[in-house]
Structure formats: structure tokens, C-alpha cells
Design a protein around this ligand. Structure first.
Ligand SMILES: C[S@@+](CC[C@H](N)C(=O)[O-])C[C@H]1O[C@@H](n2cnc3c(N)ncnc32)[C@H](O)[C@@H]1O
Length: 303
């Protein structure tokens, strides 16, 4: 089965998802079946009205008009069933771009949660790539599988999901990318270092500053990784109507932090950091004197 363009275009067919949006922006998502009806308190819509026709049409339920479109992935992940909190589309986009996930790549992912990030990763690796996902909770793995299969219209050829902790289950090698969204990614670092090929990339998504701190220090201390980069992204919508053009009053203030780091070849020492940590960064008292030149590779676990 192909999960790419063929499922995303052409006349609406049995099994396709359709998002119905009313004039107030309220959405319902239905899966098309021949002879089936969609009921709301406003009336009934026959699925056959849509089957075989184009998307982007307006249908009527009672007196209310609904716009009918195939849901975008970014719509779908926000409306699907959730087990754990999902990675928002703005962060999933960052992960795909900054973790450089390419068609045909072998990617390892943990945890799977509701499967939102898995879907972006599956799209990026494509049908010929490989996404090996690990989730320690069976109930979340079941929800994620359901969400993924509903979106792609069946099992994705590139996807496997293993129930268990990544650090206990991971046996793969020569992996291109590892993407972690979990409470304590630093606990998996030995396993991650063991599976990534030299030049492979680790990308972590964490919610809090304390997690970010430990998640950045861990690869520095490990010795098998390049200096990590960390950042967050903010997206602000704009209200644009005639001359009333202004930022939206509300925005998603904080979702999480991202960091990336690359796997060094075995036996290679991380290069000495050019920018030294500021005084006090590791607990020593801050002074006015200039920091001493470091000659050793930077390792926070060393004195
Ligand atoms: C925030 S959720 C992931 C959400 C997911 N990225 C999404 O977009 O839907 C974190 C998940 O990591 C799982 N988890 C935590 N530690 C893990 C580990 N060491 N190995 C596998 N899964 C883990 C948890 O059970 C939880 O489901």
C-alpha cells in the first residue's frame, strides 16, 4: 500500500477522512463509507453526497453549510484521540527539519505517546524509509497505532512499534536519526550512542528547563557526541482583516525545548569548546577574573 500522494488527492473515496467545518469554525471529522450517514443535531449528511466528488466543496446539513476538506496532518493530530500529550505541529515541523529526517532514512523514536510525532516522521522517511518506534505503555501504543492507521488508511509500510523501554529493547544499529520525546532522555544515552552511526543525529524534545539542562549536559559528559544545540520556537498568528492587521491576542506561549547533537565516530574525542562556560555555570563562585584557558576537551564531569 502506498501512503503518499495517492491517498491525498483525487476524488473522495471510501476510507478517506473528511473534515467538515461550519461557519463558526467548529469541525467534525468523518471517515467515508458507502451508504452511511453522519448525524448532527442539525440534521443528516449522506456520505454518498461526498463519495466520488472533489474535496473543497460545501455541503448542507439542515440549514447549515459545511466546508468539506481532507484534514491536513496538522488538523488531524490536534483532533485525534490522545493518550499522552502530543508534540504540536510547530515543533514536529522543527524536528523534521532540524533533525534532517530524509526520505529513506532509518529513524528510531521514543516514546510514541499518541503517535503525533510518529506521523510527521513517517511522512518524512516515506514508504521506503524505516521508523522504529518504542513506547513503554501498551495502552499508549494501542492508541498511537489506531491514530496512525486511521490517518494513513492502514498500516504504514515503514513503521514498527515495540512496547518496552527504549534502553532495554533497542538492538538496532547503523541508525540515521534518533528522536526522543520522554521524561528522562538522558537515561537512554548509552543505548542511543550504541545504535547511531557516526554522523547520525539525536534530537530530544523536553518540556522544562530542568530537563533541558540535564539533557544537554548528558551528551557533553558522554564523550560520543558533538556539542549540543538547543532552542525553542514560538509561533504567533496574525489577525488580518482590511486595515485591522495585528498579532493575535493569544498564542501558545510554551510547548517545549529541542536539542540536537551528532554522534562522533568511535574513539574520537569531542573537540575543545571554543566558547567556555561562564563562571558559575557549574556551581563555582562567579568572580571578576578572566576564565582560564581550557586545554582539555570540555567534560563537565571532570574537575
Ligand atoms: C509526551 S509522550 C510522547 C508524545 C508523542 N511524541 C506524540 O507526539 O504523541 C512521552 C511518552 O514516552 C513514553 N516513555 C517514557 N520513557 C520511555 C522510555 N524510556 N522508552 C519508551 N517510552 C518511554 C511514555 O510512556 C509516554 O507515552
Amino acid at each position: 500500500m502506498t501512503t503518499g500522494a495517492a491517498r491525498r488527492r483525487g476524488p473522495l473515496a471510501v476510507g478517506d477522512q473528511v473534515q467538515l467545518t461550519d461557519p463558526k469554525g467548529r469541525m467534525h471529522t468523518i471517515t467515508l463509507e458507502a451508504g452511511k450517514q453522519f448525524h448532527t443535531h442539525k440534521g443528516i449528511l449522506e456520505h454518498d453526497t461526498l463519495l466520488g466528488g472533489p474535496e473543497g466543496v460545501v455541503v448542507r446539513i439542515g440549514t447549515t453549510e459545511y466546508l468539506a476538506l481532507r484534514p491536513l496532518l496538522s488538523d488531524y493530530v490536534l483532533s485525534m484521540k490522545r493518550g499522552a500529550q502530543v508534540v504540536y505541529p510547530k515543533d514536529a515541523g522543527q524536528v523534521v527539519q532540524m533533525a534532517d529526517v530524509f526520505p529513506g532514512a532509518h529513524v528510531v523514536e521514543a516514546g510514541v505517546g499518541s503517535g503525533a510525532l510518529s506521523m510527521s516522521l513517517l511522512r518524512a522517511v516515506g514508504d521506503t524509509g524505516r521508523l522504529s518506534s518504542y513506547e513503554r505503555r501498551q495502552d499508549f501504543a494501542d492508541i498511537a497505532r489506531d491514530n496512525v492507521e486511521r490517518f494513513f488508511g492502514g498500516p504504514h509500510p515503514a513503521w514498527s512499534i515495540t512496547v518496552g523501554s527504549l534502553q532495554d529493547e533497542l538492538v538496532e544499529t547503523d541508525v540515521d536519526r534518533v528522536v526522543l520525546d520522554m521524561l528522562a532522555p538522558w537515561e537512554t544515552l548509552d543505548a542511543v550512542a550504541g545504535c547511531l552511526r557516526p554522523g547520525g543525529l539525536l534530537c530530544c524534545y523536553v518540556a522544562t528547563t530542568t530537563q533541558l539542562s540535564v539533557t544537554v549536559e548528558a551528551p557533553r559528559a558522554h564523550g560520543s557526541f558533538t556539542e549540543p544545540s538547543s532552542w525553542e520556537s514560538m509561533v504567533r498568528g496574525w489577525h488580518v482583516e482590511g486595515l485591522a492587521v495585528r498579532p493575535d491576542h493569544r498564542m501558545v506561549g510554551h510547548t517545549g525545548f529541542l536539542l540536537t547533537t551528532r554522534r562522533l565516530a568511535d574513539g574520537v574525542e569531542p573537540p575543545v569548546r571554543r566558547r567556555r562556560p561562564s563562571k558559575g555555570a557549574y556551581g563555582e563562585p562567579a568572580t571578576e577574573s578572566a576564565p582560564e584557558e581550557r586545554t582539555e576537551p570540555f567534560r563537565p564531569d571532570l574537575p
